[in-house]
Design a protein around this ligand. Structure first.
Ligand code: ACM
Length: 538
């Protein structure tokens, strides 16, 4: 079966190549000005680039073909065609051998070459006639497709051929990620963000090869995910947000829609139900859960550390079992985040008892537990993961337990920290984080954590001070683009002076996507020819 599919792919490929070679003879040679693939504005910087100084001419005679061995390769091809259409207005056929005049092809190929590193590794061979994208998995092909998208110029070069043509510099790219976990977190609890807002954020993160979106779904100010067995969580707990605005929540169908949208972009959703602290909204909905001795009331402020579940009550664990079961059932990824931060009114022993018990519930539903670094103070498994945000001591305790650590040091990686004293939104309790500070630090071996314990980097965006997508984008962009490079590219390939030029050249993409990014004056932003309103979305 596999053999016959492979044979079919090979036959198809040779027919296409032959066909294109015949066409090629009739084609007028294009005289491309010299190019240099190694100086293209790619973010994150690929592992290895070898330029060959010519170009592939993307035009209406280009077609996309994909391996037939795995249906998901064709989906990646269709995704690329859709993005090329919105950027260039070219309509490229996908896997159609009778699609009229085809001079050049983009071939997305499933390869088992030993040269390819892991699941997300890919190779790109760009020549005058073809772009061959090799990867073992559709996920790797999807990452490679982002590189192709970034290589397509913003405007066509109309002096090279009779009809519009977008020259893509030729050469070879071999690429794979440095860290497997490359994420951002969005706090939809302090302020709620719509499904559409989240999808827009996913789209732009995926363009920069980020593969995790962690959703902080619950906090003192709001419970944002429907739980069928405990409906008041959203009816009551979802009705407020910081500052007295309307709140909101995702139905399970909404959440599945987000998960599926992310999945199509090879991005995993990590759901967080924060506990035992940060639980005021849950306790207002069901006061039986409350463990701080006071009558809970809806909360629209921004203080932390005043709420806790009752860690010694069986009903609380029955409740958590239902929540973890329902959320896990609609989350295909391997992780479940239990929060665990700032439980200032939970007694130390109760906290440890709680985290240990909840870890067992998470495992019962087939998930691996993630918690903020405080969870490392409890007696938990080496398979659980600590998210380092504040305490080096907790991160060290996690390493001693053999746990993996996600790096989100607040003074370097918190997207809600202000750029400087003039920033319109954000806080500065950990630091001011200008665009250069966000980029100039080294995750490898950070705070003495051995590399083998580092799962990756995540940039959290807390939403106390932001209430709409424009404000979200002001804090997230451009810094999150730097975090994508910190987590994907190797240390040798990261350099601020080089990065800031490539970053400046992201302005046209962000303008086209209508991203209201912060135009830091540390960056010499490239002028955009188009605005979102004057051209289609990508
Ligand atoms: C946190 O910032 N409380 C994890």
């Amino acid at each position: 079966m596999i053999k016959s599919t492979l044979l079919k792919s090979l036959v198809l490929l040779s027919v296409i190549v032959l066909f294109i070679q015949c066409q090629d003879k009739k084609m007028k040679e294009i005289n491309f000005p010299p190019t240099d693939l190694s100086t293209e504005n790619l973010i994150p910087k690929p592992l290895k680039i070898v330029p060959t100084h010519s170009a592939f001419g993307l035009d209406h005679t280009t077609a996309i073909f994909t391996s037939q061995s795995d249906k998901s390769f064709e989906e990646v091809g269709l995704f690329l065609a859709e993005k090329i259409k919105s950027k260039t207005n070219l309509r490229l056929a996908v896997n159609q051998t009778d699609a009229g005049k085809v001079n050049r092809m983009i071939y997305i190929n499933q390869s088992d070459s030993d040269a390819l590193g892991g699941r997300e590794a890919y190779e790109l061979y760009i020549s005058k006639d073809s772009i061959i994208l090799n990867s073992k998995t559709a996920e790797g092909a999807f990452r490679g497709v982002q590189t192709i998208r970034q290589l397509i110029p913003e405007t066509s070069n109309d002096s090279l051929a009779e009809l519009p043509l977008w020259p893509i510099p030729s050469g070879k790219i071999s690429d794979k990620p440095n860290f497997e976990y490359r994420g951002s977190m969005l706090d939809v609890a302090r302020h709620f963000f719509s499904v559409e807002d989240v999808k827009k954020y996913i789209d732009i993160l995926a363009y920069y090869k980020i593969n995790v979106l962690h959703l902080h779904l619950t906090d003192d100010q709001g419970w944002r995910i429907e739980i069928n067995s405990w409906p008041k969580l959203t009816e009551v707990g979802g009705s407020t947000e910081v500052g007295g605005e309307a709140g909101g929540f995702y139905t399970q169908e909404d959440y599945k829609d987000i998960v599926s949208y992310a999945q199509q972009r090879y991005m995993m959703i990590v759901p967080e139900i924060d506990m035992p602290g940060h639980t005021n909204a849950a306790s207002v909905s069901y006061p039986i859960l409350n463990g701080n001795g006071k009558t809970p009331k809806l909360y629209e402020g921004t203080s932390v550390g005043f709420s806790t579940f009752d860690a010694r009550k069986d009903t609380v664990y029955a409740f958590i079992d239902d929540v973890v079961r329902e959320v896990s059932a609609i989350t295909p990824g391997p992780y479940f985040h239990i929060g665990g931060d700032e439980s200032h009114v939970t007694k130390k022993n109760d906290y440890k008892f709680f985290v240990n018990r909840v870890e067992k519930i998470v495992q019962k539903y087939g998930k691996q537990m993630i918690g903020w670094d405080e969870v490392a103070t409890a007696d938990i498994d080496s398979t659980s993961i600590a998210q380092f945000w504040a305490s080096t001591e907790n991160a060290k305790a996690a390493v001693e337990k053999g746990m993996k650590v996600i790096l989100s040091p607040a003074s370097k990686a918190y997207l809600d920290m202000q750029y400087d004293t003039l920033s319109k939104y954000g806080l500065h309790w950990a630091a001011y984080i200008p665009v250069d500070t966000a980029y100039i630090w080294t995750p490898e071996g950070y705070a003495g954590i051995p590399n083998e314990n580092i799962l990756g980097v995540e940039a959290p965006l807390w939403s106390e001070t932001i209430s709409n997508i424009d404000e979200l984008e002001y804090l997230a962009f451009p810094r999150v683009i730097g975090y994508s490079e910190l987590s994907w590219s190797t240390e040798e390939n990261r350099n601020w002076d080089n990065f800031k030029v490539r970053l400046a050249n992201q302005a046209p993409y962000m303008d086209r996507m209508d991203v209201k990014f912060y135009r830091s004056n540390l960056i010499d932003w490239k002028e955009s020819k188009f605005t979102y309103k004057s051209i289609k979305k990508d």
